[in-house]
Design a binder for this molecule. Structure first.
Ligand code: ADP
Ligand code: ZN
Ligand code: ZN
Length: 747
């Protein structure tokens, strides 16, 4: 072929998103005398950018550019023959980039698997499937008699599913390759090599007959089921233990029967082996998971299976909302009030809000489920945006626990625990029941102090105290993770009279161990569950049903379903009652009701004891009555009067600099310019600040805030976007700024 190098080679102009913090796309030339497919948005390319070579994603194909054509560089290489992202995800990313004021390149690169960011080809890992060796089933009896508990449990799990289980599933359930190998060596199980696509295509069948649904559950499933194929938002408000998960599973059945896929979002903390096992048992088909615990190739494989439509069910945390699905039939957001659905760094999006937006676009029902819905969702249900479905009673005949407020104002406490509380714990243990002791601090004690001069161990880098940890012994800042040795004497006056203040999970554990030496005490917090299978092991331990005390943080509040827990003890309910954050009461109520909800889920009635110095506080009173709806309606009235979300919208502008004055300077300028960005006086926007963040100095950097509040979302959006351009057009030296749209934390 002899093409004379004419001045005008036929070409197109590609607008390309690159992984840079710049708020724009970049134009490149793409010669169209290339053979092959027409280029489309969503395909990846390689381009040279300054001195670097970058992977980019095609946003748009244009015939003109704002830049002189002669200055545009050609695309170096086209990576994909087909788009990796379908138009639906491309448009969701563009929308989110605008709405949350985050650069499109960073958005797109945040939502694709790491391997694809690096320009690698899409590939699906092969996988192994294990099933029991039926010929030697009689030999398995022996296994149960030996002490190989894990092996025996794995064998049981395998024998429950007719086609066996994928190795990835087995590992998700908390078993290791050692367990698999042990069973393999005994020739009790067989292996089979599968490519993941075949594996995912395994016909699903319900392996475990569930209970018949209650009438309420049935109504919920059929009401939502009627909307398969179109958008409708639902708020599924069901008390703790009302069987919401069962409703999700039957709804997903319907979606699968309709040959569509289901996307289920769960809070970070509750993607526990227990939750997965429930889904796994019900569906007996591979379930794709998307979460931070996966390896790069596992994540890419699951993502690709969802994209091709082979994985019928995807369960994942926040970022899974961006998983491309070939034929999306419903989105479920479990525990929709959970704050982990909001990303607090970088691209600050709300996965719950995006779920609703995505349901609209892809025409499928969206179910937001919770016992304690966010006030936003309650309000949306009240004004008719969502249909509300209630499950007011517990499933399977379990009753709601009694909640008692225990006044500790003038009681002596041992490590935060009062005498009556300890007596109650003893009572439940004597009755062969299990107990949860909840407190919201990990470590041994939240502060260490000199009794002679009042010196307190502060973090050098933050406005905060160092927490004392005993296992292993050190001081640690929970905000920047810096660590020090525990001093033996006061650095200020050399006194050796150092004492700890307050109680953390380690201290409570120590005190309970001394009180109840014959009872297993299981501590559950981020420190004790760091190891991969730790959570699974402790859940197994609790599920044996023997008397024990679980002492831990919020991790205990969420998603767990322990049938034998009959007492939940809240060590201190007062922390969140008098905070400056306008959402503090909402969050406190949600947390306390969720923890309380772990009690009495089985056949025995449960009890909840909440220690407090403010027993007459109206919120605690309502919590004690178990009346979340009434509490929410009261607080919503107050929000309405004060013109706070959900009756107003917020944008938070944050600035950071090693010097507070520099951070404040940027915000002052922003405050001055803001009125120029307000298009109409009929939609006033209130500007509050600048004020230093609640913890002004964190990891050596000062942080300050400017808050914009408006009743009109569109007016606030316009202002936010203009403010963002203005911030981009000006130089701020070492001061970093960030925009948080619909912030969940404004302190
Ligand atoms: P939630 O998610 O609302 O807190 P779960 O779905 O975990 O509640 O259900 C609580 C318990 O009730 C679980 O042990 C579940 O297996 C059981 N359960 C759910 N639905 C039924 C039913 N229809 N009949 C009997 N037990 C049920
Ligand atoms: Zn001292
Ligand atoms: Zn610190």
């Amino acid at each position: 072929m002899s093409s004379t190098s004419s001045a005008i080679t036929p070409h197109k102009i590609l607008s390309i998103a690159l992984p840079t913090p710049l708020y724009r796309a970049f134009d490149y030339i793409y010669p169209i005398n290339h053979k092959g497919n027409d280029i489309q948005p969503g395909q990846r390319v390689i381009v040279s950018f300054g001195r670097r070579t970058l992977t980019g994603i095609v946003l748009e194909i244009k015939s003109e550019s704002d830049f002189p054509i002669a200055k545009l560089k050609p695309v170096t290489l086209l990576i994909d023959t087909h788009p990796i992202l379908p138009p639906s995800i491309m448009s969701m990313a563009k929308w989110a980039s605008q709405y949350y004021c985050h650069p499109i390149g960073e958005v797109l690169f945040a939502i694709i698997p790491t391997a694809l960011r690096q320009g690698k080809a899409i590939c699906i890992a092969s996988t192994r499937r294990w099933s029991i060796n039926k010929d030697r089933a009689d030999k398995a009896e022996l296994l149960i008699k030996t002490n190989a508990k894990k092996q025996s449990a794995l064998y049981q799990a395998l024998s429950h599913s007719s086609d066996g289980l994928l190795e990835s599933t087995i590992r998700l359930l908390g078993y290791t390759s050692t367990h698999i190998k042990a069973l393999k060596d005994k020739r009790l199980i067989n292996e089979e090599e599968l490519d993941a696509l075949t594996a995912a295509a395994t016909e699903y069948n319900i392996s475990q007959p569930d209970w018949p649904l209650s009438e309420e559950q049935n109504t919920a499933v059929s009401t939502i089921g009627k909307h398969i194929g179109e958008y409708q938002g639902f708020l599924l408000q069901g008390v703790t233990g009302s069987g919401k998960t069962e409703v999700y599973m039957h709804l997903v059945d319907k979606v699968l029967q309709n040959n569509q896929q289901a996307l289920i979002l769960v809070p970070e903390i509750s993607l526990t082996p227990q939750t997965l096992a429930r889904f796994q048992n019900h569906f007996n088909c591979p379930i794709g998971t998307i979460h931070s615990g996966l390896s790069q190739s596992e994540r890419l494989t699951n993502w690709e299976l969802a994209r091709q439509g082979a994985a019928k069910i995807i369960i994942g945390t926040r970022s899974a909302i961006f998983t491309p699905m070939k034929n999306l039939g419903c989105i479920i957001v479990d525990e929709e009030h959970d704050t982990s659905f909001k990303q607090q760094e970088g691209f600050r999006y709300s996965a719950r809000d995006l779920a609703v937006a995505r349901g609209h676009k892809e025409k499928c029902p969206v179910v937001l489920g919770s016992a304690t819905p966010s006030f936003e969702s309650i309000n949306n249900a009240q004004c008719g945006k969502y249909k509300k479905i209630s499950l007011p009673s517990r499933a399977g005949g379990a009753t709601f626990p009694d909640i008692e407020l225990l006044d500790i104002k003038s009681r002596p406490l041992e490590g935060g625990l009062s005498r009556p509380l300890i007596d109650s714990i003893k009572h439940h243990l004597d009755n062969k029941q299990q107990v949860i002791v909840y407190l919201n601090r990990r470590g041994f004690a939240p502060a260490i102090m000199c009794e002679d001069c009042g010196w307190l161990a502060d973090c050098k880098h933050c406005d905060s105290r160092m927490t004392l940890h005993k296992h292993p012994a050190h001081l640690r800042c929970h905000h920047c993770d810096s660590r020090n040795a525990i001093p033996t004497s006061c650095p200020s006056c050399q006194s050796v009279n150092l004492k700890t203040l307050g109680t953390g999970t380690e201290k409570a554990e120590e005190i309970l161990e001394a009180r109840f030496p014959d009872t297993p005490i299981i501590r559950v917090d981020r420190d004790s569950t760091r190891k991969k299978s730790a959570m699974k092991n402790l859940v197994d331990e609790v599920n044996k049903g023997l008397p024990c005390i679980l002492v831990g943080t919020q991790m205990l509040a969420k998603g767990h379903n322990f049938a034998n827990v009959t007492l939940v003890a809240v060590v201190d309910a007062d922390g969140g009652l008098f905070s400056a954050d306008f959402r503090a009461l909402e969050k406190t109520a949600q947390l306390l009701i969720q923890v309380a909800g772990r009690s009495g889920r089985g056949s025995k009635k449960g009890q909840v004891i909440i220690q407090t110095c403010h027993g007459d506080h109206p919120i605690l009173q309502q919590i004690a009555k178990g009346n979340y709806q009434e509490l929410a309606e009261d607080l919503l009235e107050e929000r309405k009067d004060a013109c706070l979300p959900p009756f107003a919208y917020m944008t938070l502008l944050k600035a950071e600099n090693p010097y507070l004055s520099n951070a404040t300077h940027l915000l002052e300028q922003a405050k001055q310019i803001a009125p120029h960005f307000q298009s109409s006086t009929s939609h006033p926007i209130e500007v509050l600040g600048p004020i230093p963040a609640a913890m002004s100095r964190k990891a050596g950097v000062h942080r300050s805030h400017l808050l914009f509040v408006a009743e009109s979302r569109s007016a606030l959006q316009r202002l936010t976007q203009q403010l963002c351009s203005w911030l981009n057009d000006n130089k701020w030296g070492k001061t970093r700024w960030m925009i948080d749209v619909d912030p969940t934390e404004v302190n």
